[in-house]
Write a protein of this length. Structure first.
Length: 184
């Protein structure tokens, strides 16, 4: 009888396959490559920084190194007050030039006449607090008196004879003027 297991076949199974060595080498390279890359980056960083921590670790020096890039300070605006025309061009022209969503067109005396008849204070109140489709303009990009200037510019172009509001002398003067316009 013959032995079904030949020694030559048995030796072939015991030795690693020719592709196994390639797989092991590929895994070693794929794992070693990131380690080499990280090591070279650390070495480069150390050579750039000098390999040392900053020598001045005082509280002032640390605070100077980690200070904020920008600073924001609330306070009074230091810009020139805008004229009525400037406010109109920046804020009002979108709706009032074309008469969008029921806004009276700039210079249209017939559309402005009933509004002008209510008086400046009523118109200013509507502008600051909003009315109909117009959103409130108070507290936005312009001071209340600047919104008033824009209102006077538009109303006077339609036939009103309103005086342009003057800029308040100081922040203290602006508060009573705003409170008076809200009370009316």
């Amino acid at each position: 009888m013959s032995n079904p297991h030949h020694s030559a076949d048995h030796d072939a199974h015991a030795a690693p396959a020719p592709g196994a060595f390639k797989k092991i080498a590929s895994i070693a390279v794929l794992l070693g490559l990131p380690l080499l890359l990280i090591g070279s980056l650390v070495g480069h960083y150390k050579s750039e920084v000098g390999g040392q921590m900053p020598s001045d670790m005082s509280e002032e020096a640390v605070a100077a190194r980690i200070q904020k890039v920008g600073r924001f300070q609330l306070g009074a605006a230091s810009r020139e007050p805008k004229t009525g025309e400037q406010v109109y061009q920046a804020q009002c022209t979108t709706c009032h030039a074309a008469g969008l969503v029921g806004a009276p067109k700039f210079g249209d005396a017939a559309a402005w006449a009933p509004r002008i008849a209510t008086g400046y204070d009523a118109l200013l109140n509507s502008a600051l607090k909003g009315k109909g489709n117009m959103s409130p303009q108070g507290g936005g990009a312009f001071a209340d008196f600047e919104v008033g200037r824009g209102l006077v510019y538009m109303a006077n172009a339609a036939g009103a004879k309103f005086d342009e509001p003057k800029a308040p002398e100081s922040a203290e003067a602006a508060a009573p003027a705003a409170a008076a316009s809200e009370a009316k």
